[in-house]
Unconditional design. Structure first.
Length: 477
């Protein structure tokens, strides 16, 4: 979603906004720059409010809702939009009063995001300008572009701006949005969570997990993996409180062949399958009749199959040659005494969703990955080839180089067994606190906003707010 002046306007899609603006916008009223809400030095203009109002109305319409069905529906909708924009206004005022500031990293991230979004806005507007130039060559595309920017900025801010001024204002509002987000995060991080709340959450989740994993122990690997990767990012990813029997850890060095097998190779495989099928039919026919009527033809088929197989194997070996050489080098490093983890870091080509700069995550290098040779773990499971090789190793022992069904090459090492039973609450306490805080944060933040909205310094022109959208109400008979 691309947002115009994100601190005040919650746009649902850049295309929707531009499409709505160019399709039906008119020259904005002169009062678009008038202030309809203020607190301290923070001000909300009519232009911003109308922009948010239009955006929300378009979204409601797409969802099959009609905010203009009746006067009461309209007033509820007006209040919804007003809350969205005024709440940010109030938070920015509070942050300023308290001297709250963004870190240099947060500022850099916000500025980079604004630059990228502005480039996209410029690209779409320039495309529109070029179309206008094609139909009206009396003005250059650049002149059409400046005209569109002036109309767009006036429509959304009450002020006609050049792209340079529009960009500066956009960046300012992007930073304001970042301040609101960071301020709320800090507020939520300070919400108190008592030990009794942690224990209550743990015991409830423990009962749920005990039932879940008793019925489907293979589900544990998927849930545990998701928590390992996303547990610190998302508060709707819960830590498992029970570990079923039958799990251990595996370390995996994997290398993939370069490119793809040729069409010629695929044709050879198809031809081999056809030859094998015909040979099988003849063998069955002879066995059924107790004769050797097809002996000569079968011999020819076998000879043809072997020739095809030899050529296919040569092509497959060529395809895997660089991967085999890399894996042989990795295995040599292991036999020379290098640690498995160090060789993994240098040679393994497997990608991880939480990798940073392409590096193997520390959680993998330190602990390995979960595996179970007794449970079916669904989409998260290892292949049967890897499970079979793993079952023949002992803790700390690594395999020789082997090929998996998909053509990838592996060296695996068996890690420690994972103790089964309930997870110590202390080991997941921080995660539980994050989850409880997230569950409490919505109501706590709402209550705090209501408290701040009582500030006598906050002024709202409700008469103007109530006038927006009345022209779309059903006409009375």
């Amino acid at each position: 979603m691309k947002r115009f002046f994100k601190a005040f306007v919650s746009l649902l899609a850049l295309a929707l906004m531009l499409g709505s603006f160019f399709a039906c916008s008119k020259k904005p009223a002169e009062s678009n720059d008038s202030v309809i809400a203020s607190i301290g030095d923070r001000k909300l203009t009519l232009g911003f409010f109308k922009s948010a109002f239009t955006s929300y109305a378009d979204y409601y319409s797409q969802m099959g809702m009609d905010p203009f069905a009746s006067k009461s529906d309209l007033e509820y909708f007006q209040d919804t939009v007003l809350d969205a924009v005024v709440n940010d206004l109030v938070v920015l005022h509070r942050a300023g009063e308290e001297g709250f500031t963004l870190s240099s990293a947060q500022i850099s991230e916000a500025e980079q995001a604004a630059e990228q979004e502005l480039e996209e806005i410029k690209s779409q507007l320039m495309s529109q300008a070029e179309q206008l130039n094609a139909s009206d060559p009396s003005m250059t595309a650049e002149q059409h572009f400046e005209g569109l920017i002036r109309e767009l900025s006036e429509y959304y801010t009450g002020m006609a701006m050049s792209f340079k001024d529009y960009s500066a204002e956009y960046k300012k509002q992007t930073l304001d949005t970042a301040i609101v987000s960071a301020y709320r995060s800090e507020f939520e991080a300070k919400l108190p969570v008592g030990d009794s709340e942690v224990l209550e959450w743990y015991e409830e989740q423990l009962q749920y997990d005990q039932k879940l994993y008793a019925e489907d122990p293979g589900k544990y690997m998927e849930n545990a993996l998701e928590f390992e990767i996303h547990g610190e990012q998302y508060t709707d990813v819960y830590p498992p409180t029970v570990i079923p029997e039958g799990y251990s850890r595996i370390f995996d060095i994997v290398v993939y062949p370069d490119g793809e097998l040729s069409e010629e190779y695929e044709s050879l495989i198809e031809e081999m399958e056809s030859v094998a099928a015909q040979c099988s039919d003849m063998l069955f026919s002879d066995a059924l009749n107790g004769k050797s009527d097809h002996a000569e033809e079968i011999a020819e088929f076998v000879s043809a199959y072997k020739a095809l197989e030899t050529r296919a194997n040569e092509m497959f070996d060529e395809y895997r040659d660089s991967a085999v050489k890399k894996m042989d080098q990795a295995y040599a490093c292991l036999t020379d005494g290098e640690s498995f983890q160090e060789v993994m870091k240098r040679f393994s080509e497997r990608s991880y969703s939480d990798a940073e700069n392409g590096d193997i995550p520390s959680r993998i290098l330190e602990n390995g990955e979960l595996i179970s040779i007794t449970h079916d773990c669904g989409d998260s499971d290892w292949s049967s080839v890897i499970k079979d090789i793993y079952s023949m190793t002992t803790v700390g022992e690594y395999s020789t180089v082997f090929s998996d069904d998909d053509g990838s090459l592996h060296i695996i090492m068996r890690g420690e067994n994972v103790p089964s039973g309930s997870v110590d609450v202390a080991s997941i306490k921080d995660a539980i606190i994050r989850i409880i805080r997230a569950e409490k944060s919505a109501s706590a933040w709402k209550n705090k906003l209501s408290e701040w909205r009582e500030d006598p310094a906050l002024h709202i022109d409700m008469d103007t707010v109530r006038s927006i959208g009345t022209d779309k109400l059903p006409k009375e008979d």
